[in-house]
Design a protein around this ligand. Structure first.
Ligand code: SF4
Length: 433
């Protein structure tokens, strides 16, 4: 029998880890193990696994260049890039509220050299996201075009107020790139109550620009993102506006405005103990009723699917609806994804979107990869954090999308001979992590 590890079905791998229980079916966009096996990613995966083996056994692999104080010479395969901390909304559900509009910004030239340095060292994709609203960055269009000229896959997550700017830059993007608008509501009154825009923005007007983006580039995927909220959820000592009753209505709005899909994910709050982003499942008596109401709405939304319009439920939402959030919260001691995916923001470089702007996830400042000296120093900090950051305890309440791939890499480190048997999936390249 073959020892091959299936990269499109992670159950077998996860089952090898004692602590990993029944797995949640993953959306294909979350098949991270498959992504790490693609040409262009696999070399970094192999180097990392061999580096870990040498670190743990003290024995360097023949022919491999091993330095215990630095991770292998690869930039993260994918980053989240927070272009700015500026935002024109005041969302009650924002996990980054305390860092918004702080005036801390990138030096643009240094940002570009950071991106060029990482692209040269193997970075393949960038998700431009918040912190703040990326289209408010004064050189938004320049930055997107610069990254496309570097050959990177680029995604933009926006609140929708800069849709005209996205339409202007859409021509340089391709079918592997995507745009996702965080709208979270099916009617304008709920949209206003949740987002509290600082200027007059109306949900229907935002959606009405989507056909313009699609016309500018019909290959570009444009998604409607919906964070599902419920009565009793809290963040920043503030009660959250409930929107779960508008799930199906939002799906209709998205379909009518030529979005490619709508995706639903659960509301996250900050854990009191370590500020990690966690699902706010509270002790309310009617929790089962809340879950049932969400399920009814999702079922209705699913009936609206067409060949051109899809309805996605995030792994976290599926876990919540199935009462299995704990399944994705049992992490190995070391989080390997810190090497493959990081967050670059004007506030620094961080190990995970969950620890964006948190000191215990910090890998460096905003210029941590802007030149060779800084990049090499950051390789040292990353090596240290991989060894000292205890994911089992730090992330024990996090419904982590990277749970499966972390266990999969852990298994490869235990049995590095399996590296030889990995087969790349036969799919369009997708390097977003
Ligand atoms: S285990 Fe998951 S939540 Fe924790 S640092 Fe790693 S990727 Fe982030």
């Amino acid at each position: 029998m073959s020892n091959e590890i299936p990269v499109t079905n992670l159950d077998a791998t996860a089952a090898s880890a004692e602590d990993s229980a029944e797995q949640i079916e993953l959306e294909s966009i979350h098949n991270f193990a498959g992504k790490l096996t693609q040409p262009g990613a696999r070399e970094a995966l192999e180097s990392y696994v061999r580096w870990q083996v040498a670190l743990r056994t003290g024995e360097s692999v023949e022919g491999a260049d091993f330095d215990p104080t630095r991770v292998p010479d690869f930039a993260p395969l994918s980053i989240n890039l927070d272009l700015t901390t500026a935002c024109n909304y005041q969302c009650d559900h924002c996990v980054d509220l305390d860092i918004l509009n702080t005036g801390i910004r990138f030096d643009h030239d240094k940002l570009l050299s950071s991106l060029a340095m990482m692209a040269e060292r193997g970075m393949k994709s960038v998700i431009v996201i918040g912190g703040g609203e990326p289209t408010l960055y004064p050189k938004f269009e320049d930055t997107i075009r610069f990254m496309k000229d570097l050959g990177l896959q680029v995604a933009i997550v926006s609140n929708g107020t800069g849709n005209k700017k996205i339409a202007q830059v859409a021509d340089c993007m391709d079918k592997h790139d995507w745009v996702r608008l965080s709208l979270d509501s099916g009617t304008d009154p709920t949209f206003q109550a949740m987002h509290k825009p600082r200027k007059s923005f109306v949900l229907e007007d935002i959606c009405a620009v989507v056909p313009e983006i699609r016309a500018a580039n019909p290959d570009l995927t444009v998604g409607f993102s919906y964070i599902v909220t419920w009565r009793g959820a809290n963040i920043n000592d503030t009660s959250i506006v409930e929107n779960l009753h508008e799930i199906a209505g939002a799906a209709r709005l998205a379909r009518d405005n030529q979005f490619s899909y709508i995706s639903f994910k659960p509301f996250l709050t900050r854990d009191e103990a370590n500020n990690a982003e966690v699902i706010d499942i509270n002790e309310q008596e009617n929790w089962d009723n809340t879950v049932a109401r969400i399920q009814t709405q999702i079922d209705e939304a699913l009936t609206l699917e067409t060949d051109d319009f899809k309805v996605h439920r995030s792994t976290g939402l599926k876990a919540m609806l199935q009462g299995k959030t704990q399944t994705l919260a049992k992490q190995p001691r070391q989080c390997h994804m810190q090497f493959f995916r990081q967050v670059l923001s004007p506030l620094g470089l961080f190990n995970c979107p969950v620890y964006r702007n948190q000191d215990h996830g910090r890998l460096g400042d905003k210029n941590a990869t802007s030149d060779q000296l800084a990049y090499d120093a950051t390789r040292g900090v990353t090596a240290g954090l991989i060894q000292t950051f205890n994911a089992t305890s730090n992330c024990e309440k996090v419904t982590c999308l990277y749970n499966d791939v972390n266990w999969w890499i852990e298994h490869l480190i235990e049995k590095p001979e399996l590296l030889e048997t990995l087969k790349a999936q036969d799919a369009e390249p997708d390097y977003f992590l």
